[in-house]
Structure formats: C-alpha cells, structure tokens
Design a protein around this ligand. Structure first.
Ligand code: ADP
Length: 295
C-alpha cells in the first residue's frame, strides 16, 4: 500500500491572450476548475497505475472540498484520513497565456492546517510500503511524517516542490529524492543535473532528477549514474508530468521491481500524460502504460 502525505488544491484556471500587469484588467477567453495539488495528483497517478493508495491531508468545508474528495474517491484513492476542516480548501489561481506560459498564486487554505499527524495517520503510515511526500503541506509536518516512516522502515519518496532549501532532518528521513532540474539546482546550487544528482547523494541515498523531454537521471551511492530517455511524444500539456512520474514510480517500486524497470515504467506513464490535456484527467491507467511498454 502507498500512502501520500500531501496537498489537495482546486486549480482555478483563466486562459487569456496574456496575463494582466499590475492594476490592469484583461479579457480571458476560457475558465476551468481542475482538481489538483501535488499530493492529490500523485495519489491519483499511483491509483490509476494500479496501486492501492491512501491520501492524508485536508480539504476545506467549502464546495471545492466536496469536489476534491469526490474526485479522489472516484479515482479509488482512500480518503478516510483526508480531514475536512472549517474554512476554504487550498486553491491555485492560474493565468495561462496564449504562449502556454503561466503565473500562479497558491493559497494553502486547508492544507495549511495540517501541522501535525494524528494517531490514525501514524498507524496508516506504519503499515505502508511507501510514503510519498511533497512540500505543499507545512514543512514541520512533512518532516514528522517522513521521520515516522523512517523509524518504521517505510521507504520515503520526497518530491522537493515547490523548490526551497530543506532542513537536514528532512534529508535524513528521505530514501529517494525526486527533484526536477530546477529543484535540483535550488537544493545544490549546481545547474548541471549530473553534478546536482551527485551532490545530492551526500544527503540522501538515492536520487532521480527528472529532465522533462530529456528523461531522467538516477543516482545511487556506490553505483554508476543511469540516464533513462523519455519516450518521444508530441507534448500537449506537461502539467503534472512530474507527479504522474512519481505516482507510477511508486507503484513499480512497491511491487519490488528493479529500479531501471521502475524508471522505464514511470517514464512511459509520464509520457502518456503529456500527450493529453489536463492534470489528473491526463494520467494513464495501468493497461495503457503496459500497452505503451509492450508488456
Ligand atoms: P515537472 O513536471 O515536475 O517539472 P519534468 O518536466 O522533469 O517534471 O517531467 C517529469 C517527467 O515527465 C520526465 O522525467 C519525463 O519522464 C516526463 N516528461 C515530461 N515532459 C515530457 C515530454 N515532453 N516528453 C516525454 N516525457 C516527458
């Protein structure tokens, strides 16, 4: 079983020719509300890839909260320990311009109330095979969850996003770190992903740096760097490619597959997701990943 300790957000997306400058109003041509948040996205990706998944976090007492929970349940994610707290759900206010660029304001809302673990949360984590973490919940709680998992021999997989410097306690409790190129640079001060991956081995035992269309790099202590190319696809929407990658990777690792196989599986899943619009709606099901790999 995979437990995700992470965020749920409703993405409120306005599409406009260009984003407004300060004090300016521009006309948009479309609007969508899309369930998201890195925690929820990774949970849905793992569930679609065939994992048994539970999400620990919080939604608000507003309409968005109902919809976020409902979406997760429809995707077979266990939400028994997803709390509903008084007040607004997490929201991301996004403007996408006609060149595909975006500007985003994230308001944590209910996510910001997850400052500690309940006994129930701890018991769920103790019984898991893997714990997936990101940085959209309060950092102290992320550290507590990772440390709890580590104490009970549960493998921890951390996506260090949004990019920020991390406390040593969090590195100490991380088994596998999965930054993208930008996050790896922020954590290490090294722009070259090879150098960044090797530098990160000083603080965690295993690292995967994702490189967008260029695939990913895997580094482990005492082993050679492994570069895994991404399947060539026509990219339509790369939103949540990284979350799809991590969710699928967790399923493969949870099934005890060797790392090179697990990375090929995760790359196939992420490539499928960028061929379609949307975040969670673009994530592939297990049969689609198997078909793409010819297995
Ligand atoms: P993030 O979405 O977190 O910024 P990346 O852009 O590095 O992360 O993408 C994560 C993974 O998704 C990559 O390692 C790759 O496997 C896959 N991916 C992303 N963009 C593409 C693309 N254009 N073509 C194929 N695979 C892609």
């Amino acid at each position: 079983r995979i437990v995700v300790f992470g965020s749920t957000n409703m993405d409120l997306v306005a599409y406009a020719r260009r984003a407004p400058a300060r004090g300016e109003t521009v006309a948009g041509h479309a609007f969508r509300t899309i369930p998201g948040g890195k925690g929820a996205n990774q949970a849905v990706a793992a569930a679609r890839a065939g994992g048994e998944v539970a999400l620990v976090g919080a939604v608000g007492s507003d309409d968005f909260g109902y919809r976020l929970r409902d979406t997760l349940e429809h995707c077979s994610v266990d939400t028994d320990l997803l709390r509903t707290v008084e007040g607004p759900s997490g929201t991301a206010h996004i403007v996408v311009d006609d060149e595909g660029g975006n500007s985003i304001v994230v308001v944590p809302g209910a996510n910001g109330t997850v400052t500690s673990l309940s006994h129930g949360d701890e018991a769920l984590i103790t019984g898991a095979d893997l714990l997936l973490l990101q940085l959209e919940l309060p950092l102290s709680a992320v550290v507590d969850a990772a440390a709890h998992a580590r104490r009970h021999g549960v493998r921890t997989v951390l996506t260090p996003a949004p990019a920020q410097p991390l406390p040593p306690e969090l590195f100490d409790a991380t088994d596998l770190l999965v930054p993208n190129e930008h996050e790896a640079a922020v954590l290490t001060g090294r722009v070259d992903p090879h150098a960044a991956a090797l530098a990160l081995l000083d603080v965690v035992p295993e690292v995967v740096v994702t490189l967008g269309a260029a695939g990913c790099l895997y580094a482990a202590r005492g082993a050679d760097l492994l570069a895994v190319p991404a399947p060539r696809v026509r990219a339509v929407d790369t939103t949540a490619a990284g979350d799809t990658f991590v969710g699928a990777l967790a399923v493969a690792l949870g099934e005890g597959r060797p790392v090179p196989d697990a990375l090929a599986w995760a790359s196939a899943a992420a490539a499928l997701s960028v061929r379609r619009e949307g975040a969670s709606t673009s994530m592939p099901y297990r049969a689609e990943i198997e078909a793409a790999l010819g297995t």
